[in-house]
Write a protein that binds this ligand. Structure first.
Ligand SMILES: Nc1ncnc2c1ncn2[C@@H]1O[C@H](COP(=O)(O)OP(=O)(O)OP(=O)(O)O)[C@@H](O)[C@H]1O
Ligand SMILES: [Mg+2]
Length: 547
């Protein structure tokens, strides 16, 4: 509380919680570290999975950092910031979420030690920033170019991202699908290569095994053909994509129509049916033999469409409509009068297939589709979900290198190389900042150390071997041998990762660490119920009115 002339000056409300200085920093840092501790055991191919149970009792089993953090419910604001790091990493590059969070946690832990030695947070932050620049510079130096024509390299990159996931046994099969999918959807816009993973639709259905998972050169719509009289299969399909209902417009107000004779009932119905018939005729006139409608299709319209032999589906999701347009080269039209032959998409075959107990419509054999589908199958529902997450990571990894064709060796090798360069740089800087830069170099070692720990290796021995290997010029690619012991050349092992994944992990790690370090005051308003006097009938009004 502040005082002025001996009188207390109340600025904050009485029940506001406030922690300041050292306490605020400590509590924030602790919360952030707890989050990274949670993820720690999931890192790497020998990492463990987490079983998450939500409030409804639904179970998720996963190794994916972003998913773990997404499912757990945290209260502390600093812990929430750490979760943001994982989300950013996931959104930007799709992989490396655990790495980013571990790095941020370790940077904060080391910062805690420095604070104990009375080093000011702003010196730590500026030291960290300089160190991060050096680390990124080194990352660039040890990166090599990716030849996108070299399928084997792409397989290795994709496989590395899937090594830690439960679906690792089928990674070769999955990687093949992922590479074909990304190659298919890649586009050039204003000279830049864009590989948007959103154009790869992932459709899941329980089946026999993961090996059944396949790439569909087109899109899968989780709907049935709307009318029994329609064809279930159309070859050489001409596809109309409509974002307007094939229904008679309902009036917006209630209207009563009094019909006095059977004749007028007929006339009335005939008129409705005539309108629908006209609409269907417009579809047919465009040359379409398949119709996907984002809105409803009236029973009567279905009947006319069936008569005309048009395979139709209604209430197709907007996102699927957009993908259909990309896959078939068609255009989503929202006014029937504007539907022309040139708006139609095309593909080899549209077919309703029975999958398990459901029916789905497969739009296949598209010519050069700019959106494709991966049809994921597995015996267990939870396995399908984890397969989807693994595919998502791999899709991102392949799209990352397609857009920025640079890669590094994994297994903790690149972190060791960055750590070494940052430590050498620290000596040149000197002063108190030197300590912060050295702390950054130490923090980078959390990756190889955790890989060793999760593999059940002796951490000390492994780290000594790693340091010795990286002291030599030829040791640049030496990483943790998680399947045996000691160190191996990760380039030879084919453990490769996109440079952008590591770059983003450092950027987001340092960003959140500095942000948390900069906070020295936490002011939290209590969120109790409504304030006394507030809510309910306006205070005392009732009694006043009685008088
Ligand atoms: N065969 C391998 N040997 C050694 N290290 C490996 C091997 N395969 C992958 N790794 C390493 O495992 C780490 C990646 O682990 P993991 O995929 O669990 O975490 P992440 O990518 O940081 O986060 P997430 O995948 O959850 O988003 C990387 O450092 C990678 O180099
Ligand atoms: Mg990963």
């Amino acid at each position: 509380m502040a005082y002025y002339g001996g009188q207390p000056v109340v600025i904050l409300k009485e029940d506001t919680e406030r922690t300041r200085g050292r306490d605020a920093r400590k509590s924030n840092m602790l919360a952030a570290q707890i989050i990274s501790e949670v993820l720690k055991t999931t890192l790497g191919p020998r990492g463990m999975d987490k079983m998450l149970i939500d409030s409804l009792g639904d179970i998720t089993i996963t190794n994916d950092g972003a998913t773990v953090l997404d499912e757990i419910d945290v209260q502390h604001p600093a812990a929430k910031m750490m979760i943001e790091v994982a989300k950013t990493q996931d959104k930007e590059v799709g992989d490396g979420t655990t790495t980013a969070v571990l790095l941020a946690g370790e940077l904060l832990k080391k910062a805690g030690d420095l604070l104990e030695e009375n080093i000011h947070p702003s010196i730590i932050i500026s030291g960290y920033q300089k160190a991060a620049e050096k680390a990124l510079e080194t990352l660039d130096k040890v990166s090599s170019d990716v030849d996108l024509e070299d399928r084997e390299i792409l397989m290795k990159l994709s496989n590395t991202s899937m090594r830690s996931k439960a679906v690792s046994s089928v990674r070769d099969h999955f990687s093949g699908i992922v590479i074909d999918a990304v190659r298919q959807v890649v586009e050039k816009r204003d000279g830049t290569v864009i590989a948007d993973v959103d154009n790869v639709q992932i459709v899941k259905k329980e089946g026999q095994s993961l090996e059944e998972t396949q790439l569909v050169k087109g899109i899968i719509i989780d709907k049935e053909v709307v009318h029994a009289g329609m064809p279930k299969k159309v070859t050489d399909a001409k596809i109309a994509l409509l974002d307007t209902p094939l229904e008679v417009k309902k009036t917006e107000f209630d209207a009563e129509i009094r019909i006095r004779s059977p004749d007028s009932i007929k006339a009335f119905l005939d008129q409705e049916s005539e309108m629908l018939k006209k609409k269907v005729e417009e579809v047919v006139a465009s040359g379409a033999n398949v119709l996907f409608c984002q809105k409803g299709i009236d029973d009567m319209a279905q009947h006319f469409l069936a008569k005309a032999g048009v395979l139709s589906a209604r209430r197709v999701k907007k996102s699927d409509m957009e993908k259909l347009a990309k896959a078939t080269g068609g255009k989503v039209v929202n006014n029937l009068a504007d539907l022309h032959e040139s708006d139609l998409g095309s593909c080899g075959v549209v077919e309703e297939k029975k999958v398990g107990n459901d029916r789905m419509i497969f739009v296949e054999e598209c010519k050069d589709p700019k959106a494709v589908a991966i049809f994921v199958r597995a015996g267990l529902e939870r396995m399908i979900d984890e397969a989807e997450r693994a595919l998502n990571d791999a899709l991102y990894v392949v799209s990352d290198v397609t857009e920025t064709p640079k890669m590094v060796a994994g297994g903790g090798s690149v972190e060791m190389e960055m750590s070494k360069a940052v430590r050498e740089y620290a000596a040149q800087v000197g002063g108190r900042e030197q300590l912060a830069i050295e702390a950054f170099a130490d923090a980078l070692e959390i990756i190889p150390r955790t890989l060793a720990e999760n593999a059940g290796l002796d951490i000390l021995d492994t780290m000594v071997a790693m340091k010795a290997a990286h002291a030599k010029k030829k040791g640049v690619y030496m990483g943790v041998n998680v399947y045996d012991e000691g160190v191996v050349d990760m380039m030879d092992e084919g453990v490769l990762e996109p440079t952008v994944v590591k770059e983003q992990a450092i950027k987001s790690g340092i960003e959140v660490a500095s942000m948390i370090l900069r906070i020295d005051d936490v002011v939290a308003a209590k969120s109790g119920g409504p304030e006394p006097g507030a809510g309910g009938p306006p205070g005392g009004m009732d009694e006043d009115m009685d008088i």
